[in-house]
Design a protein around this ligand. Structure first.
Ligand SMILES: C[S@@+](CC[C@H](N)C(=O)[O-])C[C@H]1O[C@@H](n2cnc3c(N)ncnc32)[C@H](O)[C@@H]1O
Length: 308
């Protein structure tokens, strides 16, 4: 436990000490505070407000002491190796749930919650049972999230199937599904190829596939590029390769008559390219969704008009 904490005088100086620890990460101060809240909750310590505004540094020191032996090595990895806190704690928040997350699987992102909410909104317009295939399931956050939001809506019965190339992802998705009470069937699969041929066509295919252009590697945060699996991040052809392959695979497998919904996440500036690809495959009815920064990040597309 650092002695310099004890030598501080006022409760706000505790926060100053903390911000000093996080300074080398070049993260916005709000992120330091956010992570402090997570650390404190993880170690079942008093809440952030108590540390930041009520306790003197001496009482904060005494309160941290029992957790410090376990916390310190993790904090060192966070500050020195810039390992994401979600990997260190093996948990990430998503739509009010706490999901298990381990490398090399992608840490669920807040914008993906918007894709889940949009799919759920469409499903709620259905009164018949639906089938969803998730391609590139990762931690399972999308399927688990849909199931979570539909709890208490028994009229929106959904059957879930998911696939991923990565066996670590399949294991993690199963773990999160089990914890959240989701029944899902998983396949090791390159896009749709591993979904058994005798499965009936789904009503919805949802995917957050890798879409980052490798040329952006050097500009990416160390936490992402050095710690998250590259097979979860990067795709060829300026990031379009896997999304385009999926649209082609859907078309090839189900033909022009398939009337289901395709729900996709993608990166900044990819909207025009994806729109052209969807148009070329007959998915001309499209709803585009922006993230919290106003950037178009998701599309729901169908060959049939969608009611708004
Ligand atoms: C961006 S991560 C998304 C994970 C999760 N769905 C989410 O939203 O957080 C992409 C996932 O696609 C998987 N993936 C990459 N290439 C794939 C392919 N050709 N076929 C199936 N899955 C693939 C990766 O292993 C990874 O789990």
């Amino acid at each position: 436990m650092p002695n310099d904490l004890r030598q501080l005088k006022t409760a706000p100086s505790f926060l100053h000490w903390w911000q000093g620890l996080y300074a080398p990460l070049d993260a916005p101060p709000a992120q330091g505070v956010e992570e402090l809240k997570r650390w404190l909750a993880y170690f079942k310590l008093p809440p952030y407000e108590t540390f930041a505004y009520v306790m003197t540094p001496q009482t904060a020191y005494n309160a941290l002491l029992p957790a410090w032996d376990a916390w310190h090595p993790l904090l060192t990895q966070r500050l020195n190796a810039r390992v994401p806190i979600q990997y260190l704690l093996e948990e990430a928040p998503f739509l009010g749930m706490t999901l298990v997350v381990r490398p090399p699987c992608l840490i669920p992102r807040p914008e993906t919650e918007l894709l889940v909410e949009a799919v759920v909104q469409r499903l709620q317009q259905n009164t018949q049972a639906s089938t969803i295939w998730e391609v590139g399931i990762g931690t399972g956050c999308i399927s688990v999230g849909i199931h979570h939001l539909l709890k208490g809506h028994p009229q929106n019965e959904v059957h879930y199937y998911g696939g991923d190339l990565c066996v670590h992802a399949l294991k993690l998705a199963q773990e999160n599904a089990d914890t959240q009470g989701l029944a899902i069937t998983l396949f090791e699969s390159d896009l749709l190829a591993g979904f058994p041929p005798d499965l009936a066509p789904p009503d919805c295919i949802v995917a957050n596939l890798p879409y980052i252009d490798r040329d952006l590697y050097s500009s990416m945060a160390v936490e992402v590029r050095d710690h998250e699996g590259h097979h979860t991040l990067f795709a060829e052809d300026e990031g379009f390769a896997l999304i385009f392959r999926l649209i082609e695979a859907i078309h090839a497998r189900f033909g022009e008559g398939w009337q289901g919904l395709v729900a996709l996440e993608f990166g900044q500036g990819m909207h025009d390219g994806i729109q052209a690809k969807l148009d070329a495959h007959g998915f001309t009815h499209q709803a585009w969704i922006s993230d919290y920064a106003g950037i178009i990040r998701h599309v729901l597309a169908s060959r049939l008009p969608m009611t708004s």
